[in-house]
Design a protein around this ligand. Structure first.
Ligand code: CO
Length: 151
């Protein structure tokens, strides 16, 4: 089911999200809906608060694959990159943000099994952007100016 993507100004985007503690059918449904919603919106990532659910779960859709990260935590961050970002909750805008070049994250999948991944480049940028959402942070808070997106 496609869910509505909440837009900047909605207080749910500014919450510190709660950890997921039940790996049940409700979580599976949320993640399925987030995937469908993200694919339709053709974005690189979506965090649960963006569909109005203040839980620590995100999905990322990048050339490396499709990933669901539940209760993700950084292990380390290395290097630096600087480039353009947008957000499905800040429609029609873009801005340049400094991010680490490479990150390692531990997380759980929808069944509650624990994994880790290393992401670099755009993948790392997407992971960092989505994890920020879980702490109520939007890229516009970090960007060197926000402009209308050209397409
Ligand atoms: Co976003």
């Amino acid at each position: 089911m496609i869910r509505e993507i909440v837009q900047v100004g909605d207080p749910v985007l500014r919450k510190r999200c709660e950890p997921v503690n039940r790996f049940d059918g409700e979580l599976a449904k949320l993640l399925d809906d987030m995937k469908e919603t993200l694919k339709k919106a053709e974005g690189a990532g979506l965090a649960a608060p963006q569909v109005g659910v203040p839980l620590r779960a995100v999905c990322v859709d990048v050339p490396e694959g499709y990933f669901e990260l539940v209760n993700p935590v950084f292990v380390w961050q290395k290097g630096e990159q600087y480039g353009a970002e947008g957000c499905l909750s800040v429609r029609g805008k873009a801005g340049n943000v400094r991010r680490p070049e490479k990150v390692k994250v531990i997380f759980y999948d929808r069944k509650g099994d624990r994994y880790s991944l290393v992401a670099r480049g755009f993948f790392a940028r997407a992971v960092c952007h989505e994890l920020d959402h879980l702490d109520g942070i939007l890229y516009i808070d970090k960007a060197d100016g926000v402009r209308d997106e050209e397409d």
